[in-house]
Ligand binder design. Structure first.
Ligand code: CA
Length: 246
């Protein structure tokens, strides 16, 4: 089973979700929505199957219904917590205030109340996964890997196919932000506020200048980039692990 210290390193791989929900009208559309968001989804409908799947498939995150046909989701949570720190988001029905409190006391990372939108749930999942991947005190920041690129966040070094790529401080921060959002659009304004200054409201030309030098250093052809794609008029998108064959 994966220990908590490895979360950082799996950040950019396809995340595996164990969805435990016996209600088909919830499970089916949710599994489809999660699939579209790039998650690998395993669906189970009973407590027993959920625990078996948890042990066998080492999911990165668990979505857990409280009322299961053969038992209580909170017991499943207790069993999971006895074995690992894998993030768990409880799916609770309306009015289950007590379940909510108890779930969090038992070590759930978050909960959503039915009915919920898949967009809301995905946002919660990403937040939970982000927290889970943050280094514990005294632990290194770890590394990010996508395709043949590897970023060591402690030494701030980057290698491509094992070869060191020399980056400036800002280029490194820019690459880190793009890689952390691999496969997703990142707007120029977001980049400026994270990598430069949150209060910046001037030109974002500097982003383009840095992207251009970053591409050069990564050996990326601006006309047909492999890593950093331009989303015209909006921002940039780093290639997803799938696109890079990771
Ligand atoms: Ca149920």
């Amino acid at each position: 089973m994966r220990g908590p210290t490895t979360y950082r390193d799996i950040v950019l791989q396809r995340r595996r979700v164990l969805l435990v929900e016996d209600e088909e009208s919830i499970a089916e559309p949710l599994a489809a929505a999660l699939g579209r968001e790039g998650f690998e989804v395993l669906t189970e409908t009973t407590a027993a199957d959920a625990l078996a799947a948890f042990g066998r498939r080492s999911p990165d995150i668990v979505l857990l219904d409280v009322m299961l046909p053969d038992g209580d989701g909170r017991d499943v949570l207790r069993e999971i917590r006895a074995r690992s720190r894998t993030p768990v988001v409880m799916l609770t029905a309306r009015g289950e205030e007590l379940d909510r409190v108890l779930g969090l006391e038992l070590g759930a990372d978050d909960y959503v109340t039915k009915p919920f939108s898949s967009a809301e749930l995905v946002a919660r999942m990403r937040a939970v996964l982000r927290r889970a991947s943050a280094p514990a005190p005294g632990e290194g920041a770890g590394s990010l890997e996508v395709g043949d690129l590897r970023m060591d966040l402690d030494t701030r070094t980057v290698t491509r196919g094992g070869e060191t790529v020399e980056l400036t401080v800002k280029e490194f921060d820019l690459l880190r932000m793009l890689v952390e959002n691999a496969g997703r659009l990142v707007r120029r304004g977001e980049i400026v506020s994270e990598v430069w200054d949150p209060n910046w409201f001037g030109s974002t030309k500097t982003v383009d200048v840095h992207v251009s030098s970053l591409r050069k250093k990564l050996g990326d052809d601006p006309a047909e980039p492999r890593y950093v794609h331009t989303v015209r008029g909006v921002g940039f998108r780093f290639a997803s692990p799938d696109e890079l064959g990771a």
